[in-house]
Design a protein around this ligand. Structure first.
Ligand code: SF4
Ligand code: SF4
Length: 394
């Protein structure tokens, strides 16, 4: 996966808020509001923070007919929107066939791309389709900042894609940015860029999963930057953030967006080979709920898997119980805790009160790294984390 992150369509989200359904969301919905589906591990880039360690296609990726059968299941469950990512989903030769099939079944598509395949012709095709949205990843407002993370030439590629979409008349496409210590000072420039293209800006949090496990420590925001970002977002409710920054709500007023961990409750992920995980940031056996190739398909996994049922139980406040900000932040992101070796009922590693940082200083056992799809045979490329006390399981 590139940096395509969980997002809730904001109108839907505000409806959910208005109707007071937050408690129902915690208990799990009949079908996910936000389903991310990675269509391939193949990618023309190899970003240093890639959540799914993408690079090469997996020979076991679902084929066209299997993909269509899954779309049929989602349509039957009335999943109204899928977030398609990868890898780079547009490298699949059946990409447009699948997009059109989904839309014909009443399932809208929003796909994430690095822009490499968005020629003027493709941009016009995208702009002409209803219920299709696109988000372009750009992790720096200049080539130096962006390409250090996403690879040489990727800045020009993303800007060219935006130019093509803009000249094709596509309005409201998303510019998606993973916030790092190197680009967070560019948020005003990002906002201006979105305005220039009639686009929307979407900021997401860097999580320490996939190849991001290796780079998180170096690229994550400082505490001062977290506070600056919080204040910036607080007065910009139009900036899309999904569930990225709810741990910052412990600083005061809640930020707009989803202020809870929706893993297995309103959010989940299907990977390219048909395995289902609790959220896009927890591609690890510990959070695998089942396979679409097993009996019962997606509906059975969503409604009855042991993992998802357990995630819908009320969460324990654990070590966060005494901090006074539990209601605002609820201990933060499960994925960020898991991949930094912090107990799931402990504080977020980027807890704004510094409790996560204290734990990061101590001994921790880190989960075993998953395969890196940019390496031959998917070999695990992840070295031991360089942080004190961080030891990986074999
Ligand atoms: S674990 Fe929860 S808060 Fe973290 S990314 Fe997944 S859904 Fe969001
Ligand atoms: S201690 Fe826990 S609940 Fe309190 S601010 Fe930190 S992560 Fe949030």
């Amino acid at each position: 996966m590139t940096d395509f992150l969980t997002d809730l369509p904001e109108p839907k989200l505000s409806k959910v808020k208005q109707s007071g359904l937050a408690d129902e969301m915690k208990a799990g919905l009949h079908a996910p509001i936000c389903l991310t589906w990675e269509w391939t591990y193949g990618c023309n880039l190899s970003c240093v923070h890639c959540l799914s360690s993408s690079g090469r296609r997996d020979p076991n990726e679902l084929n066209t007919e299997q993909m269509k059968a899954v779309i049929d299941q989602l349509a039957e469950m009335q999943v109204f929107y899928i977030n398609v990512g990868g890898g780079e989903p547009t490298i699949r030769s059946d990409f447009f066939e699948l997009v059109e099939y989904a839309i014909d079944q009443g399932v809208g598509v929003k796909f994430s791309t690095n822009g490499g395949m968005i020629t003027q012709e493709k941009a016009e095709r995208i702009a002409s389709m209803d219920y299709l949205d696109v988000q372009i990843s750009l992790d720096g407002m200049d080539a130096e900042t962006n390409d250090a993370v996403r690879g040489e030439g990727s800045y020009d590629m993303a800007i060219a894609a935006m130019d093509h979409l803009h000249s094709a008349g596509m309005k409201g496409f998303k510019i998606s940015v993973v916030m790092t210590t190197n680009n967070v000072d560019q948020v005003d420039e990002y906002e201006a860029l979105a305005r220039k293209y009639d686009a929307e800006l979407r900021l997401t949090r860097l999580r320490p999963s996939g190849r991001g496990a290796e780079t998180w420590n170096e690229l994550k925001l400082t505490q001062a930057q977290q506070i600056e970002l919080y204040n910036w977002l607080l007065i910009r409710p139009h900036i899309l953030t999904g569930d990225s920054f709810f741990h910052l709500s412990a600083l005061g007023e809640p930020l707009p967006g989803l202020n809870l961990c929706g893993a297995g409750r309103v959010v989940c992920l299907i990977d390219p080979v048909g395995d289902v995980y609790a959220c896009p940031f927890v591609l690890h056996d510990e959070f695998k709920a089942g396979s679409l190739l097993d009996d019962g398909g997606f509906a059975h996994i969503w409604r009855e898997s042991d993992l998802f049922l357990s995630l819908r139980e009320p969460g324990s406040e654990g070590a966060c119980g005494s901090c006074g900000s539990w209601d605002a932040c609820q201990g933060g992101c499960m994925a960020a805790k898991f991949f930094t070796g912090i107990p799931l009922d402990g504080p977020d590693p980027e807890c704004v009160k510094g409790h996560g940082a204290e734990l990061l200083e101590g001994d921790r056992t880190l989960p075993a790294a998953g395969p890196d799809h940019s390496k031959p045979n998917g070999a695990s490329a992840v070295k031991l984390m360089s942080r004190p006390g961080g030891k990986r399981l074999a």
